[in-house]
Ligand binder design. Structure first.
Ligand code: HEM
Length: 415
């Protein structure tokens, strides 16, 4: 009797409980399916560091290897920063063309903040009114076609001097990489600062550029930012920033002194000196941006604050776009790309979209003129009878990719 009456009370309670659970479960599933995000595929990550351990010494290669497994659009995590990685022309087009406005900001990074007065440089400034004004000054006044044409004498003189030095060293082994580095440094210095600064500036620029390749733990794991102080990274960045300031101040002082000795005829120079600040801080950056609002890309949800890496290196070697991509066949470019702009996105050496490089014209004429002069006037050979096929092409990761070992050649004049 007692058991029976207990069951009479218990069964309705049990029944109500089950109904309540079914109701809650149904509600939860429908709420969850509405809010559940469809993120891109992700490789497994470790606590705290996320996917950092998978980058290795050649992040471009490691990211391509990961994309071959997880697909051309992946979501990685560097510390607490979600990072979208694009490895195909199709994904790059979606990001840099279809959704360009959402993807055109830059990540907030400690090293550029220290080196560039809180990322006030055009290349690192976040998207907004300040960056728009900088970009318009650069595109409209500094690097437009007329301005680039006006630097013709500088280009011709510097390339002429390089050719002269190559003739003098005829028959001996020369380091082609340093010849070309000096050429581009000299041309940029002459148009931006009024004269060349030789070794002193090359050394400073190398230290400055190298700083951008170093990993600041605090940018990705803010509560561990003390490691940057302890490791000396922050101190090194501050020292480079101070040395750059000292150098620029000496350039300004030199120009102000010159100006005080100038007559009215020399007013043209004044305009040039005003460009110092703008041009001296140009550095080509890798394609890293930051999303400023939630967006859907190729059906995937990408949250605001996600950092984006376009692996242009992997795209340039994608077998879906290129026949025998690893083979050196310069003729594949003939009749295919009439300029360096991103049309079909499998080849984007200067980036694309709003944050694309404004220095295309400036650098294209220098590269073409220098290359044409070298191959027209010299026979080039590798030292010690090494064949071109055996040239060591091991690459070194940096703000730009370059050969790990210097390109040593023997240049013999053809006539
Ligand atoms: C062969 C030479 C060069 C290459 C391959 C190159 C490549 C690039 C690339 C890939 C970007 C990033 C684009 C993106 O984020 O989508 C960039 C940005 C930039 N480049 Fe170049 N660049 C070169 C020369 C120059 C020169 C000579 C100048 C200036 C005189 C220059 C000025 C800039 C600036 C200011 C930016 C930042 C643009 C922005 O964030 O709005 N570049 N460059």
């Amino acid at each position: 009797m007692t058991i029976f009456s207990s069951l009479q009370t218990f069964l309705p309670l049990l029944f109500s409980f089950i109904v309540l659970m079914i109701f809650l479960r149904t509600k939860w599933s429908s709420f969850y399916s509405k809010t559940k995000k469809n993120f891109p595929p992700s490789p497994r990550k470790l606590p705290i560091i996320g996917n950092f351990h998978q980058l290795g010494l050649s992040p471009n290669q490691s990211l391509r290897a990961l994309s071959q497994k997880h697909g051309p659009i992946m979501l990685l995590h560097f510390g607490s920063v979600p990072t979208l990685v694009a490895s195909s022309a199709e994904v790059a087009r979606e990001i840099m063309k279809t959704h360009d406005l959402s993807f055109c900001s830059r990540p907030n990074l400690r090293i550029p903040n220290i080196l560039l007065y809180g990322s006030k440089d055009i290349a690192f400034a976040p998207y907004g009114e300040y960056w728009r004004q900088l970009k318009s000054i650069v595109v409209v006044h500094l690097l437009n076609n007329t301005q680039v044409k006006s630097f013709r004498q500088v280009r011709e003189k510097e390339i002429g001097m390089m050719m002269g030095t190559l003739v003098e060293s005829s028959g001996s082994v020369v380091n082609m990489g340093s010849f070309l580095t000096s050429l581009s440094n000299n041309i940029i210095c002459r148009v931006a600062l009024g004269r060349t600064y030789d070794g002193k500036l090359t050394d400073l620029v190398t230290r400055f550029v190298n700083m951008f390749t170093l990993l600041s733990v605090g940018s990705y794991i803010p509560w561990l930012s003390w490691i940057d102080r302890l490791s000396g990274l922050e101190g090194r960045a501050k020292k480079v920033a101070k040395d750059i300031d000292t150098f620029l101040e000496s350039v300004i002082e030199e120009n102000v002194n010159k100006k005080s000795q100038m007559g009215a005829d020399d007013r043209n120079h004044e305009g040039r000196h005003k460009r110092i600040f703008a041009i001296a801080s140009f550095i080509p950056t890798s394609s890293t941006s930051r999303i400023n609002k939630d967006v859907k890309v190729m059906g995937y949800d990408i949250s605001s604050g996600t950092q984006v890496i376009i692996n242009a290196w992997a795209m340039g070697r994608d077998p879906a776009e290129w026949e025998d991509p690893e083979e050196y066949r310069p003729e594949r470019f003939l009749n295919k790309f009439n300029d360096y702009k991103a049309h079909t996105f499998e080849w984007i050496p200067f980036g694309a979209g709003r944050r694309g490089c404004p220095g295309i014209q400036f650098s294209a004429v220098v590269m073409e003129l220098a290359l044409a002069n070298i191959v027209y006037k010299f026979d080039l050979a590798l030292p010690n009878g090494v064949n071109c096929e055996d040239l060591d092409m091991t690459e070194k990761f940096g703000i730009t990719l370059h050969k790990n070992s210097s390109l040593m050649v023997i240049a013999t004049p053809k006539f």
